[in-house]
Write a protein of this length. Structure first.
Length: 126
């Protein structure tokens, strides 16, 4: 009986551990989509993602990740971009500080703008 209880409890705990907690109130998600000047060019894509990795150290960022579009036939899905970036900030002030941080403006000017033909940004708060 104790073994059965222990197994049931372990299963319950393991399923709870997979539920992602919501973002804290007041946090800001910064979603950026990039369309490369040379779509699909892997060397350019690597330069773009390397620049994103260098942004991780900016204060106020609580999460940063990036990836490529998942192909979809659904009409509500825009899968035309090459790379997407998701950055979570602790608050709006942290987002504004990031936008003017010299490390961010350097990567935008020297890497992102030269390699992309379009950048689309979505910011939202919880």
């Amino acid at each position: 009986m104790k073994t059965l209880f222990a197994i049931a409890f372990a299963v319950l705990l393991s399923s709870c551990a997979t539920i992602a907690p919501p973002a804290p109130k007041g946090s800001v998600d910064h979603v950026v989509m990039f369309w490369q000047k040379k779509p699909g060019n892997l060397q350019d894509r690597q330069k773009i993602t390397d620049a994103m990795d260098r942004l991780r150290v900016i204060e106020g960022i609580t999460f940063l990740d990036y990836g490529t579009a998942v192909p979809s036939d659904r009409p509500v899905v825009d899968d035309s971009f090459d790379v997407a970036l998701l950055v979570r900030f602790k608050n709006v002030d942290a987002l504004h500080a990031y936008e003017s941080d010299p490390r961010h403006t350097k990567e935008v000017k020297e890497v992102l703008l030269p390699l992309t033909k379009k950048i689309q940004v979505y910011d939202f708060t919880r």
